[in-house]
Write a new protein. Structure first.
Length: 158
């Protein structure tokens, strides 16, 4: 009978105690997991927001023309000023300016350039003589399809 009493006492007191302990441990672990899951969901939401902003910025940049300038050497002593559209959108009424004291260096035969499509360019003659500055700024100006004006100032070098 003694063994039966021990088994009855074990079943009556120890099994429920073990069950309650396991339930408490399980509840604690599930709360920790829920906190981690909640934080993971928040991070995923922030990441999706960031990706959407990035896509929107790329879309806006794709719709905004960007006109750039540089000087390159054609042959010994002959140079050209190349103006090109480095974006995916068409630029309109493209023009450029150089500092007042250097206006006699650059010929402006083709500007204003009415339509400069994506990836296209045009060139202007430029004269280099002894004593001319080896670098100066070129300010390009243009409009997008909506008529918004843009400008970009760059340093160019011989």
């Amino acid at each position: 009978m003694e063994i039966r009493e021990i088994i009855d006492a074990f079943v009556t007191y120890v099994v429920p105690l073990v069950a309650i302990t396991l339930s408490i441990v399980s509840l604690h672990e599930s709360r920790k997991i829920n906190k981690v899951q909640l934080r993971l969901n928040e991070m995923e939401e922030e990441l999706k927001k960031y990706e959407l902003e990035k896509i929107e910025k790329e879309r806006e940049a794709g719709n905004k023309p960007v006109v750039e300038a540089r000087i390159y050497n054609v042959s010994k002593g002959k140079y050209r000023l190349k103006i090109w559209n480095s974006s995916q959108a068409t630029a309109y009424d493209v023009d450029f300016e150089v500092p007042e004291e250097l206006k006699n260096l650059v010929y402006k035969d083709k500007v204003p350039f009415e339509v400069l499509e994506a990836g296209k360019s045009f060139e202007e003659y430029i004269t280099f003589y002894y004593g001319a500055p080896p670098k100066f700024t070129v300010k390009t100006t243009w409009k997008n399809a909506s008529g918004e004006k843009y400008e970009k100032e760059q340093w160019v070098t011989f």
